[in-house]
Design a protein around this ligand. Structure first.
Ligand SMILES: NC(=O)C1=CN([C@@H]2O[C@H](COP(=O)(O)OP(=O)(O)OC[C@H]3O[C@@H](n4cnc5c(N)ncnc54)[C@H](OP(=O)(O)O)[C@@H]3O)[C@@H](O)[C@H]2O)C=CC1
Ligand SMILES: O=C(O)C(=O)CO
Length: 311
């Protein structure tokens, strides 16, 4: 099988699959239109998110048998059209769920214990203790929305911190020893900390908006390691300003890389998030550790071999 690599990944992918007879071409720079011209020659592609795999792309990919996404989210692929075309979709959430779970915990500790702010103050010669009194995670009720790979990995960590973990998911009866499944209404009533672990769909686009936030019974901390467009940023900013959201830890932003590189000074919401003491922001690195790079690659290799080693 001839595979086109469209993004850089861990070298074990080519090492292990070449040893099994797969042929590779790397193209980490060509624009979408140039990839279209040659995509008909390949049996498989391995991607992260550089090139959108839309219907037009798939119509040119006459021989494509699989799309392997090094990562969890599949929103840059026209999944429905790919399935209709008989193309196998392979993702690798098992490879970065531990990384995401640690990142969630890390961001929340930084926020609730004021670790970053107080450390910066001390380094600048400021010694403030009362203003930097922390808030413990122990005993809090954590509400997760989405209980798949990421949600489950997060629940395991929070239960180890002595939290009550509840979650809402559209799949029924998937509770386990780490978390109890509840209705969305119950979650809104009980949660002190809200963390979302959803894909982007029609239903989950802007799922966290003014109405959702108003329906939360308590003031709460909010964590987003899912996708920026799960949250209506302007509504989150308003809730941070009013105090309804006590703090936000965001690994993903509605205005991600493109707007950031071209930082739009007119964008008051982005400016607020970047400047507020109540907000921690990271550059979409929750699933991006040294270990996850290797694990994601290994999951991809194993899944490709499980389905295509005889081809
Ligand atoms: N920041 C980062 O670096 C990373 C971010 N991510 C993000 O995390 C997301 C979640 O990943 P993962 O846990 O692997 O995904 P999963 O598909 O394993 O889990 C998501 C769960 O949410 C459920 N769900 C879908 N829609 C709704 C809804 N409207 N209400 C409640 N539950 C819903 C899904 O049900 P069903 O299966 O029926 O759809 C599923 O059980 C990814 O899509 C990606 O966006 C992932 C990895 C790294
Ligand atoms: O795995 C994912 O979906 C991520 O966001 C990281 O690429």
């Amino acid at each position: 099988m001839k595979i086109l690599l469209l993004d850089k990944n861990h070298p074990l992918i080519t090492e292990q699959l070449s040893a099994k007879g797969f042929l590779f071409e790397e193209d980490f720079t060509s624009a979408y239109e140039d990839v279209l011209k040659k995509i008909g020659h390949y049996d498989g592609i391995i991607i992260r998110s550089r090139i959108p795999i839309d219907q037009n792309f798939l119509e040119h990919a006459k021989n494509l048998k699989f799309i392997a996404r090094v990562g969890a989210g599949m929103e840059n692929i026209d999944v429905e059209f790919a399935k209709k075309s008989g193309i196998q979709l392979i993702s690798s959430p098992e490879g970065n769920r531990d990384s995401v779970a640690e990142h969630v915990l890390g961001m929340l500790l930084i926020l609730m214990h004021r670790l970053f702010i107080s450390s910066q103050e001390v380094k600048n010669g400021i010694w403030k203790r009362e203003e930097n009194r922390g808030d413990e995670i122990l005993g809090k009720t954590v509400g997760l929305i989405g209980y798949g790979n990421m949600g489950k990995a997060v629940a395991k960590r929070f239960s180890g911190f002595g939290c009550k973990v509840i979650f809402h998911d559209i799949l029924p009866d998937i509770g386990d020893e780490f978390a109890t499944q509840v209705s969305l209404d119950t979650l809104k009533k009980e949660a002190d900390i809200l963390s979302i672990h959803l894909p982007i769909t029609k239903e989950t686009h802007y799922i966290i908006d003014e109405k959702f936030i108003a329906e939360m019974a308590k003031d709460f901390y909010f964590i987003n390691t899912a996708r920026g467009k799960n949250v209506k940023t302007n509504d989150l900013v308003k809730a941070l300003k009013s105090g309804k959201v006590k703090g936000a830890a965001l690994d993903v932003l509605e205005f991600e890389k493109a707007s950031f590189e071209n930082l739009d000074t007119e964008n008051d919401d982005l400016q607020f998030l970047l400047q507020s003491e109540k907000v921690i922001v990271t550059p979409h690195i929750a699933g991006w550790t040294v270990q996850s790079k290797q694990k994601l690659a290994q999951v991809i290799v194993d899944k490709i071999l499980a389905q295509f080693s005889g081809h």
